[in-house]
Design a protein around this ligand. Structure first.
Ligand code: BDP
Length: 715
């Protein structure tokens, strides 16, 4: 008997010791709602005794999930969940849609908030002290609920709240590059979260948590399938599957979009053509579109990658991108749907500098697109590199709505393991100045529509989400999803402030943890640039998998698939001359912007071919010395990230701490690999000695060149 009791006791102790640690596997993201310190929790509980939904808001599905989130969040933070009340009482949280009841005194302010904005105010109503969450829609109320929860978790006081916010960009969308077989292109966090095979019979509860996470940062749309689309996603069975997902996302303010394969009419019907000007083709698309709207009445529209990287498109029939986009736009317009048309094009038979091709093709089409077409432009003219100048189309198409495409998944930045916080990258892009000297000319101002006074605005992030328990492959990768959402809501926000918010909610509010963690996050993007592609280098990654270094690759069929195409290194120098003496890609920017970019040493080798011995003023060193220094600095920074992290063990749970520590160890070895392989290769061309104090690569060049990764994920 006694033995059994002991075993039971041991079990109980074991459960309580491992319980919290097991729960911290990253699944809860930044929505952990762990108890606040006692004083704070008591103060918060005093202001959140009850959740009261005003009559006009009752019955709204988004308000219902807002109330549930408040119960869950405040319950977790205070250990005393507020109760749902039918009569307003002191210290209630009142949820209201529109200028009624408790929100009446804020009528004027509400009008200015638009459909999705919110206000959260401590105020008096019917003699009671309340916290009002008011908006013009249920989604706005939900965003307000999340704002309240964020506020109290990041040090805000509960009794004196005055928050108001409206998203600056209309479409804030995640692009999932998820295939119908569950594989995620450029995905490093496991399989797709959409279980297409089992849908619509069963929708995983995980999709609700996905929607909660997105709503908490204001993301209001998801493209469910890969831009390299299969036609099958437009068949009735797949429409039913997408509809099941849409039904779950809807209360969270999210709309569903689908990537559409341009040749689908040929693949799914008896048609022999997908020519956008052929009436039979348009009729086929109309039939499919109507089928989609019958199943998904608020369907957002189609995302199309056409005549790009071998994908079918209007170019196959001698038609323009506008011909293709406008055909679909006309069909979607009566349903209020839109076409998101990608500008990521470059052609095998075009000998022009690859980074110029999208501009050359799309700029002449400005003003030819239907009003419900938005052109999706990657942040840079090449392809999601650790650093690129902003895309020259941004600012060059004032008559066309442009949607900025960012990549949250780290295809070219160390994939799952490397700790790289992308907030500073996104911020750098958004602050890019398309017309220096003119007001409202930043990339953010073009994208949020303020420059050209545009209503249809959008921003997309290529998702990093998969079926891994921690969603994104690592805890720190979650920060990139978070930062994307927060910057999509407000593209002028500070990536540092966002990192602070995220770290506080994801780990602990203790400044002794948050401060070094945020500092490490904020530096991490420059660090990856340093050890991978310093001083404006780009696309030095291995073929296909884009994982490790392979700057030597020169044998791929298309010239612009080879790293040597981009760095152009030889015995004398390195870099791509894109000035007037070279490809003159610089001329695609406004003259004042071109001047700034040409002089910025971050883009030195992007725009200039430089001799190894040339003095680089900004670096106070000859080019070769400067380059090696950057590689060395990148490796040293990762070492310092590791030691910073090692000191933070006492502050957080074991599981997330250990995984991060392991990943930093991997990152350190790989930063060294990047540095050594790159230096060994460039040295094989220039024959120069390393600057004093710099160590030789660990292996000779052929060792690096022989490495193969046929099974790397995400390809
Ligand atoms: C590249 C990816 C490729 C995508 C392509 C795109 O390597 O997998 O299909 O971009 O954006 O970055 O279409």
């Amino acid at each position: 008997m006694r033995a059994i009791r002991n075993v039971l006791l041991i079990c109980l102790v074991w459960v309580s010791a491992t319980g919290p640690a097991l729960a911290e596997d990253g699944y809860d993201l930044w929505l952990r709602y762990r108890p606040l310190p006692v004083g704070q929790a008591t103060a918060l509980a005093a202001h959140a005794r009850l959740v009261f939904i005003e009559a006009q808001a009752a019955g709204d599905a988004s308000v219902a999930v807002a109330a549930a989130e408040l119960e869950r969040g405040l319950g977790g933070l205070t250990r005393h969940p507020p109760v749902r009340g039918s009569v307003v009482a002191d210290n209630a949280i009142v949820l209201a849609i529109g200028p009624v009841g408790a929100a009446r005194s804020f009528t004027a302010q509400l009008v200015g908030l638009g459909r999705e904005g919110y206000l959260v105010r401590s105020t008096e109503w019917r003699g009671q002290h309340i916290t009002l969450i008011a908006a013009n829609s249920g989604a706005g109320v939900l965003y307000g609920a999340f704002a309240l929860l964020r506020h109290v978790q990041t040090g805000g006081t509960p009794g004196t709240i005055a928050l108001a916010s409206t998203p600056k960009i209309m479409l804030r969308v995640l692009d999932h590059w998820d295939n119908l077989d569950g594989h995620v292109e450029r995905g490093y966090a496991g399989n797709s979260i959409w279980n297409w095979w089992i849908l619509p019979g069963h929708v995983d509860v995980r999709i609700t948590d996905y929607a909660r996470a997105n709503a908490s940062i204001g993301i209001n749309g998801a493209v469910l399938n890969n831009v390299n689309a299969k036609a099958d996603s437009l068949t009735d069975p797949y429409i039913a599957k997408a509809a099941a997902v849409a039904d779950l996302l809807r209360p969270y303010g999210m709309r569903v979009y689908l990537s559409a394969r341009f040749s689908a009419p040929i693949e799914l019907s008896v048609l022999k053509t997908a020519d956008p000007l052929d009436p039979a083709v348009a009729a086929w698309w109309r039939d499919r579109t109507e089928a989609i709207y019958r199943a998904i009445p608020d369907f957002g529209g189609f995302l199309v990658k056409a005549s790009s990287e071998g994908q079918p498109g209007p170019g196959d029939y001698g038609r323009t991108h506008a011909d293709g986009a406008n055909m679909l736009a006309a069909i979607l317009a009566p349903h209020h749907g839109i076409v998101i048309w990608r500008a990521f094009v470059y052609a095998a038979d075009n000998r022009e500098d690859r980074v110029k091709q999208a501009y050359d093709e799309f700029k002449p089409l400005d003003s030819t697109f239907a009003p419900n077409v938005i052109l999706q432009v990657k942040n840079g003219p090449l392809d999601f590199q650790p650093r690129e100048p902003f895309h020259p189309l941004i600012g060059a198409m004032p008559k066309t709505p442009l949607m900025l495409e960012l990549q949250i998944t780290k295809e070219y930045l160390g994939q799952a393991t490397h700790l790289v916080y992308l907030g500073p990258l996104f911020e750098e892009v958004l602050r890019g100045d398309t017309y220096p000297g003119e007001p409202h000319a930043t990339v953010a101002a073009v994208i949020d529509g303020s420059r050209d006074e545009r209503a249809l605005t959008g921003i997309a992030g290529v998702s990093n989400i998969g079926a891994d328990r921690d969603w994104a492959g690592s805890t720190f990768n979650q920060a990139n999803w978070y930062a994307f959402g927060r910057l999509a809501w407000d593209p002028y926000a500070s990536s540092r402030a966002i990192a602070k918010e995220w770290a506080t909610m994801t780990f602990t509010p203790d400044p002794a943890f948050v401060e070094p963690t945020v500092a490490m996050m904020v530096r991490s993007r420059e660090t990856v640039v340093d050890y991978m592609t310093p001083l404006g280098l780009a696309h030095a990654m291995g073929t296909g998998h884009h994982y490790g270094p392979a700057p030597w690759v020169s044998d791929l069929a298309r010239p612009e698939w080879n790293p040597i195409y981009y760095h152009r290194a030889d015995a004398r120098g390195i870099g791509f001359d894109r000035t007037v003496s070279g490809s003159n890609a610089l001329a695609q920017y406004a003259p004042a912007a071109a001047e700034v970019l040409a002089a910025d040493s971050h883009y030195l080798l992007w725009f200039h071919h430089v001799r190894w011995s040339d003095w680089v003023p900004g670096e106070q060193a000859p080019l070769w010395t400067a380059l090696v220094r950057h590689y060395d600095r990148g490796v040293a920074e990762v070492a310092s990230m590791r030691s910073t992290w090692a000191r933070l063990a006492p502050f957080i749970d074991r599981e997330r701490f250990d995984k991060t520590a392991d990943y930093l160890t991997i990152q350190q070895a790989e930063a060294q690999w990047w540095r050594d392989a790159s230096i060994a290769y460039f040295q094989s061309l220039n024959g120069l000695p390393l600057p004093p104090g710099s160590n030789p690569p660990l292996h000779p060049l052929p060792w690096y060149q022989a490495l193969r990764f046929p099974d790397a994920p995400g390809q």
